[in-house]
Design a binder for this molecule. Sequence first.
Ligand code: CMP
Length: 140
Amino acid sequence: MIQLSKILKSVPIFHTLGKESIDFIIQRLKFKTFGPNETVCKIGDPGDEMYIIINGKVKICIYDDQGNEKIVATLQAGDYFGEMALLTGEPRSASVITTEESEMFALHKNDFDVILEKFPSISISIGKIMSQRLRETLAK
Ligand code: CMP
């Protein structure tokens, strides 16, 4: 538990939270491992989990009409993804594919909703990061 709370505290969206809050979140996380080149989220699918990367890397991919892949971002340890479908109720906006062996925490939508309501600072961080991601994508 001590090790887990250290890992979680190092994730930027949880930086400001205290020990009790971190423990509350840890109890709701599911540890998952993925091999290289595994699809964690598929564009267009419904989504009921978001993911926090503990180790490893993923690429965020969209596709043109011919099915050619365009990588819009790469994410690594401390980053998260899959929050958009949870916030909007819409299908996955991109595919998320591991580029190496990766370890993640998955958080189910029901717990995500409870956590955002209990810790509004996380919603603010997620909003800021979403704006940065949009800005980076538009600059490409
Ligand atoms: P979601 O739409 O649920 O599933 C795909 C995820 O990819 C999405 O949530 C975001 O977490 C992530 N994503 C989509 N677009 C970008 C982007 N431009 N930069 C970083 N991550 C993104």
